[in-house]
Design a protein around this ligand. Structure first.
Ligand code: PRE
Length: 252
């Protein structure tokens, strides 16, 4: 039976989870890239859904998070919703370990993640065409957005593990609200470099054509350089923003 303690989280176990989450993200990028942009998916005027103002994507997001909230998805402190004012969970709560400081729940940067995803990330790995598969497209976007959000907000766990390892280094910076020095203190450039290289390799391995006759060389389903760029330019920097935001509230 699981204790409500949270000492199963260590910097090592948290980093191991980030590595596993790379698989989900890389695979979901490949899945989304099966479809072109399909811009009507995001067009509020195209959808005109009765009693709903928003795009097809907005509708799928809203309805999916609604049903997942009712089934308890957001009871897990590792999960953060895109929608606000979701219904309460209707099912018995599992006792998730309380590793994080209680203010963790107030750190949610999904609005920024959503903006960056649609405006900067997505256009890099889809063609600008339209094949009519709007519901499938929106569903793929949502799976990928949920995986990216989970990874970025895992920064809370990384930050807590780091804080617990050296509270005396973090406390004065938190009290001084010194974001810049906090950012510097939590940054481990060598780890970032390895992450970026590894996701590029995962994009090669997961994105190759597999054949029983011979190795199919050359073309990958998604350009591995783009996958590493997603991490370098957005996923890692946003994870670090979450770490700083979490730490700033750590002594409240
Ligand atoms: O592994 C860490 O120490 C993290 O803080 C995570 C992470 C990342 O996003 O991958 C972010 C900041 C560090 O500079 C290194 C890596």
């Amino acid at each position: 039976y699981k204790m409500v303690k949270g000492d199963e989280y260590t910097l090592e176990s948290v980093r191991a989870s980030l590595i596993r989450q790379e698989d989900t993200i890389v695979f979901n990028v490949i899945e989304r890239a099966r479809f072109p942009l399909n811009s009507p998916t995001y067009d509020q005027h195209y959808a005109s859904i009765p009693n709903f103002s928003g795009s097809l994507f907005d509708f799928i997001l809203n309805q999916t998070e609604d049903i997942q909230a009712k089934m308890g998805r957001y009871i897990n402190p590792e999960e953060n919703s895109y929608e606000e004012n979701l219904p309460v969970s209707l099912v018995p709560h599992y006792n998730f370990s309380q590793f994080l400081h209680p203010t963790a729940a107030s750190v949610n940067i999904n609005k920024s993640i959503r903006k960056v995803y649609f405006h900067e990330m997505l256009p890099l790995f889809v063609t600008s065409k339209d094949d009519g598969n709007y519901a499938q497209t929106a569903t793929s976007d949502l799976s990928l957005l949920q995986a990216i959000s989970r990874r970025i907000h895992y920064g809370k766990f990384v930050a807590e593990a780091k804080f617990k390892e050296s509270p005396h280094d973090y406390e004065p910076l938190i009290r001084a609200k010194d974001k810049k020095s906090l950012m510097k203190l939590l940054t481990v450039k060598s780890v970032e470099d390895i992450v970026v290289k590894r996701v590029e390799k995962k994009a090669m391995v997961f994105g190759q054509k597999v054949s029983l006759d011979h190795d199919v060389k050359g073309k990958y389903k998604v350009d591995p350089a783009i996958v590493s760029r997603l991490y370098l330019d957005w996923i890692i920097p946003l994870t670090k923003d979450v770490e700083v935001e979490y730490l700033l509230r750590r002594l409240d």
